[in-house]
Structure formats: structure tokens, C-alpha cells
Design a binder for this molecule. Structure first.
Ligand SMILES: Nc1ncnc2c1ncn2[C@@H]1O[C@H](COP(=O)(O)OP(=O)(O)O)[C@@H](O)[C@H]1O
Ligand SMILES: [Mg+2]
Length: 284
């Protein structure tokens, strides 16, 4: 197993009036090469959870294992760990700070001790994966880029470390639909072509159901559902109880099924659902 958490709990500001039990008893497993989604409403513990996976937060109790080893043992090199399992924060563009795109992307790999040609190679690699031309972008100031470009540069900086796992915390928050579609398409390609293990945190059920093989649903700091999107969406009641909505297409299919129509409910693309409904319509 690549990533495993055992009974993970996290308390913020313990022993103060502001104490928050942000995670409780979270045990889950993620295999190498998987694309998983972490969903839950705001405050359910998603960001707290993923920050444990790359060692930014230390468990109050419980364990985080990577490749079978507890990441908090002395023997573990935490800096190296954070480059193997890289985390892109929510609104990552707030963390761009260098005067050129090149320097910003080079920051992570430079911290890993790389320089010279190898460093440039890494910067090129990151930019290319994000569909940004090296020559056109390397000398530009990150501050003069569009919102979408900034986010792609931030992501290029993560990829330049050649991680094995990327964790993306609400990567499309605040983006317009076309920018969102583009970024998700790129994330999908990173998973299929670069063999990356991807952990996508989102409250957008539609995006994640089309991309992720498995979902983990959080509520109130606990893991309440897990499984393939099809399996998870079968628990429509629970999903609604914890403040989430099914993807509209799934809801439509489930309603049609409930009304007695012979229809499949495990379709996620507009094309597939369209075809299914067209067939139903033709059959009368
Ligand atoms: N740095 C922090 N200090 C204190 N409480 C926090 C901190 N970060 C998050 N919390 C609290 O922990 C809970 C889980 O938050 P978070 O992990 O950010 O959830 P999500 O990412 O699902 O919105 C919330 O109640 C939140 O207010
Ligand atoms: Mg969050």
C-alpha cells in the first residue's frame, strides 16, 4: 500500500477554549497509481487530512504510513517525503513570490539540491506538463499572469519536483468554467500519462465523479463513505444529509429509475446520459 492512515485524529489548539477536533478516527488506504477524490462540505476536515499525508501537520493520534513506513519516525527524511508527495494548496497563486516564472518553479527542485542543467530541465518539464511554453513564460513575472496561468505555474512548481503523488486541494476554486475544464483535463492527463497518483480534494461532485476511481467522503472530521463514485452515489440519502449534492446527471438518472424507468444510473458524461435517455425515449 502506498498511503495508509490508521485511526488518524487531529485537534487544533488543544486544551484551549478554541479547541477543534478536526479529524477523528480516519483510516483509509490509497494504492500507487490511483486517482482518488476527497469530498465533503466546508469544514469537514479535507484540508486538515491531506496536510497530514505530506507531513505538514502531525497527527494528534494515529499514524500516517507511506510505503509501509510511519512518516514521523526519526529515520524518515521529511523534506524528501514532501517532494515525493507534493501538495498544491488552495489558492496556490498566493504563494507565488519570485520575480520570474522560472525562479518560482525552480524553488522546490532547488531546495532538493538541484542546480544548473538539471534544474532547467525540471522547470521545462513542469511548464510543458501544464501546457505553458518555456521560452514564452520563463522570464515573465508571475504577478502579470492571468488567474488561470498563475495556477498552472504554481502547479508546474509542484510537478518540477517529480513527485510520485500529487495532492490538489480545491484546484479549480474560483476559476471560470473553461479554465476549470482545461485544468481538470491536464490533471487527468498527468494521471494517465505520467503515472502519477492523484488525490483531488473538492466539493464539486461532478468533476470528481468523472475523474476519480474512488471517493472518500468526509463529514464532521470523519470518513463517512468510501467507494467508487457509483457506489458512493447510491447512498444519496447520506450524501444529502451531510450537506452535499449529487451531480445533477446522477440525480436525474436516479429520479428516472425511481419512477420505474429501466435506466442505468452509473453514467457520468453528458454524452452517455444523453444516449441513455434518447434510447429510453425511442423505446417509448
Ligand atoms: N489552523 C487552524 N486552526 C484552528 N482550527 C482550524 C485550522 N484549520 C482548520 N481548522 C478547523 O478545523 C475544521 C476542519 O477544517 P478544514 O480541514 O480546513 O476543512 P475543509 O478543508 O474540509 O474545509 C474546521 O472546523 C476548521 O475551522
Ligand atoms: Mg479546505
Amino acid at each position: 500500500m502506498l498511503i495508509e492512515t490508521k485511526n488518524l485524529a487531529h485537534v487544533y489548539m488543544p486544551g484551549t477554549p478554541f479547541q477543534v477536533e478536526a479529524l477523528q478516527g480516519v483510516s483509509l488506504e490509497i494504492e500507487r497509481g490511483e486517482f482518488v477524490g476527497i469530498i465533503g462540505e466546508t469544514g469537514s476536515g479535507k484540508s486538515t487530512f491531506v496536510q497530514h499525508l505530506n507531513g505538514l501537520l502531525k497527527p494528534t493520534s494515529g499514524e500516517v504510513l507511506f510505503d509501509g513506513h510511519n512518516i514521523w519516525t526519526k529515520a524518515n527524511n521529511m523534506r524528501k517525503h514532501r517532494s515525493r508527495i507534493a501538495l498544491l494548496f488552495q489558492f496556490p497563486e498566493h504563494q507565488l513570490f519570485e520575480e520570474t516564472v522560472f525562479k518560482d518553479i525552480a524553488f522546490g527542485p532547488r531546495n532538493l539540491g538541484l542546480g544548473g542543467e538539471e534544474l532547467e530541465k525540471r522547470v521545462r518539464y513542469g511548464l510543458e506538463l501544464m501546457g505553458l511554453d518555456f521560452k514564452l513564460y520563463k522570464d515573465r513575472s508571475p504577478f502579470n499572469l492571468s488567474g488561470g496561468e498563475k495556477r498552472r505555474v504554481a502547479m508546474a512548481g509542484i510537478l518540477a519536483m517529480e513527485p510520485e503523488v500529487i495532492i490538489l486541494d480545491e484546484p479549480t476554486a474560483g476559476m471560470d468554467p473553461s479554465g476549470r475544464r482545461q485544468l481538470l483535463e491536464q490533471i487527468k492527463r498527468l494521471h494517465s500519462e505520467q503515472n502519477l497518483t492523484v488525490i483531488l480534494v473538492t466539493h464539486n461532485m461532478e468533476d470528481v465523479s468523472r475523474l476519480a476511481g474512488r471517493l472518500f467522503v468526509f463529514s464532521g472530521g470523519r470518513l463517512v463513505l468510501e467507494g467508487t463514485p457509483v457506489d458512493v452515489f447510491k447512498s444519496a440519502e447520506t450524501i444529502k444529509e451531510i450537506g452535499l449534492e449529487l451531480p445533477p446527471l446522477t440525480e436525474l438518472l436516479q429520479e428516472l429509475k425511481k419512477s420505474g424507468k429501466d435506466i442505468s444510473t452509473d453514467l457520468f458524461s453528458v454524452e452517455d446520459v444523453g444516449r441513455e435517455i434518447l434510447q429510453l425515449y425511442r423505446e417509448g
